[in-house]
Design a protein around this ligand. Structure first.
Ligand code: DX5
Ligand code: ZN
Length: 227
């Protein structure tokens, strides 16, 4: 069970100290938006490069951008340990994922709420993570879409069938009240922006989310004596 706080909800004037507030998290989730793929603009390569230099934890870059085939590898080169592209924007997703892995990054594929998993399930063996969006990408602080849980369940079944170690990430509106449903459906990496950076002690929010997720994971329900 891993927690990846989204820095979209942090104080952009103090990125280094904000990252230090979440040094107990597994990843720092970095939302890259280009004002084309989504109607919002955030940050790009030079900022990711700078963050990679100072971050106490690895960077999990979520690229909400057009033409990831061209740009995503540069985020791996900039120091992101995980790079997730949107399938709706990718031209050659299989070779893009191979390229990301050859640069030493984990390769992730994200699906918007309206995008079905089935047509892309054959790509899973070449991936390290599948991201099921639980809001429309573009903005933090939106309401969690519980209707995406069936897709999370479908993703969990598909990755279990694949074997290997493919993570199922959820992103959008994840909080202490919604994380249980995500964990029960089979997610194992949880992005949370406002729920973490909006808390007085961000690190405590991270611990609390991780604990809630672990308590509600299907493995824990099936094998209650395991940690
Ligand atoms: C939305 C982003 C999310 C967002 C999560 O497009 O991909 O990562 O920042 O923020 P919260 O947790 O506030 O919904
Ligand atoms: Zn994100």
């Amino acid at each position: 069970m891993q927690i990846s706080p989204s820095i979209l909800a942090c104080d952009f004037a103090n990125l280094e100290s904000e990252l230090n507030r979440i040094d107990n998290a597994d990843w720092a989730h970095v939302d890259v938006m280009d004002a084309h793929f989504v109607p919002n603009l955030t940050l790009g390569l030079p900022v990711v490069e700078a963050l990679a230099r100072i971050s106490p934890i690895p960077l999990d870059c979520h690229l909400m951008i057009d033409d990831p085939d061209r740009w995503a590898p540069m985020y791996a080169e900039a120091g992101a340990s995980s790079v997730t592209f949107h399938i709706e924007a990718a031209c050659e997703p299989a070779s893009l994922a191979r390229n990301l892995r050859s640069l030493g990054a984990r390769a992730g594929m994200a699906l918007k709420p309206g995008t079905a998993l089935a047509p892309y399930a054959d790509l899973l063996p070449g991936l390290d993570m599948i991201l099921i969006m639980t809001v429309e990408p573009g903005f933090g602080g939106q309401s969690f879409m519980a209707d995406q849980m069936s897709k999370v369940r479908e993703a969990r079944e598909a990755v279990d069938k694949c074997g290997g170690e493919i993570w199922v990430q959820v992103d959008g509106g994840v909080s202490a009240t919604t994380i249980e449903a995500c964990a029960e459906a089979g997610a194992d990496v949880f992005v949370a922006g406002s729920a973490v950076f909006g808390a007085e002690v961000a690190a405590s929010a991270v611990d609390q989310l991780r604990e809630l997720a672990a308590r509600h994971s299907p493995a824990r329900v099936r094998f209650p004596h395991r940690a």
